[in-house]
Design a binder for this molecule. Structure first.
Ligand code: AMP
Ligand code: MG
Length: 428
């Protein structure tokens, strides 16, 4: 595993006091490695887990040519000879699950249900609503131009051919994948073990819910947002509560977190000029760097790896401000944890939409404004900020449904300009 120093020394323009978001992510990406453990689980339990192997289809899906409609199967040669209308005699019925029926012969058709195997020699199905049946039901008649050769037939292997890759290792398993695995006959699948993530809040002004709120104190909300964000990543949580600003308590907490988890996330105590001990203890336990990231909100962040008792863990020391915690989590920690859990997750799409209002912005930092994307008066979707954007105003996150991402070099936005938005749906 490369050390931070090695990674950083390869960057020509590294400046920890004004680090662009993209650089920080590049450094994190090079330091983080996937956990190795693998377990085999029943497919239902594999939802939201990270697939540890490529899934190769052992069969053709579907396994036979079959009908896509309820109707009548016949050989398409009957269409060529037809003058305007095709008349066929019914030679039998094919039900779904019933196996292959024999060739009906020239001038004949087989009544067929959706999913039933195409009879020998038949390549086309005319849907039942297009035919006229004789009074005794022994014959059908339909206009020759209602179907073309091959219509309404699903081909063997058309969904997946035997030997074809169905899912790739690293995929986070989605509901459709459970169905796909089932359609291939897999009862179990190999997934990476779940990550264990320990987290705690630091700061003497923090009170836990249920405690009296003394003058100058605030309730610890970061552990709750972290709980929510981590749950969505389907990791195992180790909530270590609030840790006092006391060297012995902090060291004990960091050591215990490190010995029991793959990653440790803290909030608070990493700002420049912060009087408390958090940064000292982090630095004393490993390879940790303290950044001022060129972003808003969320400037200060500690990142690295700490070790204790022969175990090590990634460390993310997030800022204390409640919105900054969420923004740094989504824009650094989320991708890092995905990488550590062995997941390959495509970047979330940025959509370009019109800003309903002017937004002040200075070049030289990335801003993540909290936005509400909604249809404007003309019906086109547009975005506006949620109002107060202070990094302590958690309501701005709660009301928002997207980030308005204002890129590093971007200047102020005028009302009506196009801006990038990242929807919370899929992110949070
Ligand atoms: P810090 O990064 O420690 O300087 O904290 C910045 C601001 O965030 C301060 O106003 C803290 O009171 C607040 N803060 C820090 N941790 C928490 C927390 N766990 N819950 C709510 N607010 C917090
Ligand atoms: Mg503090």
């Amino acid at each position: 595993m490369p050390s931070l120093q090695t990674v950083i020394s390869c960057l020509s323009d590294y400046d920890p006091t004004a680090l662009p978001v993209a650089h920080a992510n590049r450094i994190i990406g090079e330091v983080v490695e996937p956990v190795r453990g693998i377990e085999q689980v029943p497919i239902r339990s594999a939802l939201d887990r990270v697939l540890a192997e490529d899934i190769i289809s052992p069969i053709d899906v579907p396994s036979h040519d079959n009908s896509a409609m309820d109707g009548y199967a016949f050989a398409s040669s009957a269409l060529q000879s037809a003058a305007g209308h095709v008349e066929l005699e019914i030679a039998g019925t094919a039900f779904a699950g019933g196996g292959a029926s024999s060739q009906p012969g020239a001038g004949k058709a087989v009544r067929i249900m959706t999913g039933a195997v195409m009879p020998e020699g038949c390549d086309t199905v005319v849907p039942q609503e297009f035919v006229e049946a004789s009074a005794d039901g022994s014959r059908i008649r339909f206009a020759a131009d209602t179907v073309r050769a091959g219509d309404n037939r699903r081909l063997r292997g058309e969904d997946l051919a035997r030997g074809q890759a169905a899912l790739s290792a690293g995929r986070i398993i989605q509901p459709a994948d459970l169905g796909l695995l089932a359609s291939l006959g897999f009862a179990e699948v190999r997934v990476r073990r779940r990550l264990r993530v320990a987290f705690f809040s630091t700061g003497d002004e923090l009170r836990s819910i249920g405690e009296p709120l003394d003058a100058g104190c605030v309730y610890d909300s970061n552990r709750y947002t972290l709980h929510g964000m981590l749950r969505r990543l389907n990791v195992e949580l180790i909530d270590m509560g609030v840790v006092r600003d006391d060297p012995a308590a902090l060291e004990a907490a960091f050591r215990s977190a490190c010995e029991n988890a793959d990653a440790v996330i803290t909030s608070g105590g990493v700002s420049v000029g912060e009087a408390d001990y958090t940064k000292q203890i982090m630095a004393s336990l490993g390879d940790v760097t303290f950044w001022k990231i060129a972003m808003r909100p969320g400037r200060p962040m500690a990142f690295g790896r700490i070790a204790s008792g022969g175990r090590d863990a990634l460390l993310f020391g997030l800022p204390g401000n409640p919105v900054a915690v969420m923004v740094t989590f989504y824009h650094f920690v989320r991708a890092a944890l995905h990488r550590q859990m062995g997941a390959s997750v495509p970047p979330l799409p940025l959509m370009r939409v019109r800003s309903a209002q002017a937004i002040r912005k200075k070049p030289g930092r990335t801003e993540y404004q909290r936005g509400i994307l909604a249809p404007g008066q003309g019906g086109d979707w547009e975005v506006r900020i949620t109002g107060q954007q202070g990094s302590g105003v958690l309501r701005s996150m709660s009301e928002a449904n997207c980030f308005i991402v204002l890129a590093h070099e971007q200047d102020s936005v005028r009302a009506g300009d196009m801006v990038d938005v990242m929807l919370f749906d899929g992110l949070v």
